[in-house]
Design a protein around this ligand. Structure first.
Ligand SMILES: [Zn+2]
Length: 325
């Protein structure tokens, strides 16, 4: 019988590949950063829509991005949370923002400086996000930053396509991703999360060829897109609680993680937005234990097997050692 204790699952070394900085912020992280905590946004209630979650994370991002100081403090607290949860390798994503007090360059520099100063044991890397709900010009600005910093900082290891898919333009996303792919960037792509995005899926997979897929909730293994995902061995980043709360999956037991896992296809459990959805990687593991009967050894093997798909090739050997021991 698998051990369901959270404390036992916390001790498993973990790889986190799909986590958004602003989504991982807990309101407690922000309380001493505002003069009046009643001005902080409220977490969406039980029946919130995906759009309400996007709006909440945007409001959190407003506090986080309002000064380099706030960004630094919040990022440090988020990193400490992941390390306390047993994470040994973290790829954290965030979309550079031009705020009242920071340019996009300062935003990225602040993230990189804070990651450099981080004293923990956990390896931290940064995926520059391109928000698909923004204008083509804004998306291109972020893509330029991703290309520049991937070439100049060892901490920047790829690009993430994210954001409110209801407002996305397929043509814009494809054009920006194609440019980044041509520049040699590794790409993690939110894909097939909602029926409204399904007409993007086939082209995204076949023309862009992302390195990893975020959610891919609506790609069934036996569909044409599913066959492509299998043939190309594309790792799927699965975020169960996020999908349940956004109602793209109705029950944990029905989550597509299990379907792909049973096929032996590469999948990894991730949190997406641990603050917004009040979860942690250990809690996601506990759900997998309860819903699918996974053991601690299964969870360790899932991590070991996904080392191949992390974006920083230089730390793979170190991670293999950690997991072997
Ligand atoms: Zn996400």
């Amino acid at each position: 019988m698998a051990d369901l204790e959270l404390s036992s699952l916390t001790r498993i070394p973990k790889i986190e590949l799909h986590a958004h900085l602003n989504g991982c912020v807990r309101l407690s992280h922000l309380q001493d950063l505002v003069e009046d905590s009643s001005t902080l946004p409220s977490r969406p209630g039980a029946n919130a829509t995906p759009r309400q979650y996007f709006q909440f994370m945007s409001a959190v991002g407003h506090v986080t991005g309002s000064s380099p100081h706030n960004l630094r403090v919040v990022l440090r607290r988020v990193l400490e949370d992941f390390e306390a949860d047993g994470v040994v390798y973290l790829e954290l994503r965030s979309s550079p923002k031009h705020t009242g007090s920071m340019s996009k360059v300062e935003y990225v520099e602040t993230i990189l400086e804070t990651m450099c100063e981080y004293q923990g044991e956990m390896v931290v890397r940064y995926l520059v996000s391109v928000d698909q709900s923004k204008s083509l010009a804004e998306m291109n600005e972020n893509a330029d930053l991703a290309i520049h910093y991937a070439a100049t900082s060892p901490l920047v290891v790829g690009l993430d396509l994210c954001g409110d898919f209801y407002s996305a333009s397929k043509e814009h996303s494809m054009a920006v991703l194609q440019r980044c792919k041509n520049a040699g960037l590794k790409i993690a792509c939110h894909i097939a999360e909602d029926p409204t995005t399904l007409d993007h899926t086939a082209d995204m997979l076949r023309i862009i060829g992302p390195d990893r897929l975020g959610h891919a909730t609506l790609i069934l293994p036996d569909s044409e897109d599913g066959k492509f995902v299998k043939e190309n061995n594309l790792l799927i980043e699965c975020c169960m609680t996020s999908n349940i709360l956004c109602r793209s999956v109705l029950k944990y037991e029905d989550h597509h993680f299990k379907k792909w896992y049973d096929l032996g296809h590469p999948v990894i459990l991730c949190t997406d937005d641990s603050g917004t959805f009040d979860t942690s990687l250990s809690k996601e593991y506990q759900i997998a234990v309860k819903s699918f009967g996974m053991s601690r050894d299964d969870l360790k093997k899932m991590n070991f097997d996904c080392i191949r798909w992390i974006f920083d090739d230089d730390v793979k050997d170190r991670l293999y050692e950690i997991f072997k021991n």
